[in-house]
Design a protein. Structure first.
Length: 321
């Protein structure tokens, strides 16, 4: 009897391992299909010529967590492995002259940040996370002015604040998504897509065309179907007409998690990109080079969502109510 029980347990374990392996292989195969053409630098620069550009960009950090750089950069390729690194979880706020707001990502709620931070403490050697409040909480009454959202991708640390944003709102919020983001999630992004479906105020709006897809109703903002990190990863471009002139901002999402990934073309750690979040290494190499080219362009700033020190030195102000 005991022998039969052990055999049954072994068979179940074997079946589980096989299913995980098949799922992982399929995720790698699927993401390699998402290689849409990238726009030229001149095409991106032309966004600055559009009428009715946003007039202000600010950021809301929903959580902060120090951790080793080796958690986000391939250790063997990092020339500054001992430098401090702090992971941020921002939502970016674009405002137009008429008061309407477009959010790029929504970060996390306080409870969501605590749960997410525990995982990074366990598996990435991170220090305890410090929740700073959901984007809706920090926006206050201004959340009524949110008329649209774009997600760089659908991992829950980027979508976790959508429920709090929707709670009590009397209007629908368009969420602008490529076909890949809306229809081709993988096991890492399905929970985030479910959050959007359950939020109550989300109205999916499909982006089309390309390689630079304008966001309808929000002049000066466009999206690139990036892939690489997740099938539905999107790079967001925004030309902002500030008091100092027009500056183009590139929201890189999680294409890299530290600016040195762009500067030195350094990938994420091997275990992360092969097993934790199956990524397309070749596409990410192309995207890092693309982002480096944009970073060197005139009056252009690339923003890396999870690099708090880079965001603090970017010149983008913190949201003020």
């Amino acid at each position: 009897m005991l022998r039969k029980l052990l055999i049954g347990v072994c068979l179940l374990l074997g079946a589980g391992i096989t299913a995980l392996a098949v799922g992982l292989v399929w995720a790698h195969v699927a993401i390699r299909r998402e290689r849409a053409p990238l726009p030229t630098v001149d095409t991106i620069a032309a966004l600055a010529q559009v009428q009715g550009l946003p007039i202000r960009l600010s950021l809301i950090n929903t959580a902060t967590q120090p951790m080793p750089r080796s958690a986000v950069l391939e250790f063997s390729m990092d020339p500054r492995v001992t430098e401090p690194y702090v992971m941020s979880h921002p939502a970016f706020v674009l405002e137009w002259a008429d008061g309407r707001i477009l959010l790029i990502d929504t970060g996390m709620t306080r409870d969501g940040a605590v749960a997410f931070g525990r995982l990074l403490e366990r598996f990435a050697g991170a220090q305890p996370i410090q929740p700073l409040g959901a984007a809706a909480e920090q926006l206050g009454m201004a959340r009524e002015r949110v008329q649209g959202v774009v997600f760089t991708h659908l991992h829950t640390d980027h979508t976790g604040g959508i429920g709090a944003l929707c709670a009590g709102l009397q209007h629908r919020i368009p969420v602008f998504m490529t076909e890949a983001q809306a229809e081709r999630p993988n096991f890492t992004t399905r929970p985030g897509l479910a959050l959007l479906r359950d939020a109550g105020c989300v109205q999916q709006e499909r982006l089309s065309g390309g390689p630079l897809m304008p966001v309808k109703g929000f002049p000066g903002v466009a999206v690139i179907a990036a892939g690489g990190h997740t099938p539905g990863s999107q790079i967001v471009i925004a030309a902002v007409h500030t008091d100092a002139g027009i500056r183009t901002y590139v929201f890189a999402g999680d294409i890299v998690n530290n600016m040195d990934g762009i500067i030195g073309n350094i990938p994420k750690p091997f275990l992360y990109r092969w097993f934790m979040v199956p990524e397309d290494n070749a596409r990410l190499d192309e995207l890092r080079r693309f982002l480096r080219t944009l970073r060197e362009a005139n009056r252009t700033t690339v923003l890396v969502s999870h690099d708090q020190r880079q965001l603090e030195h970017s010149g983008v102000p913190v949201w003020q109510k």
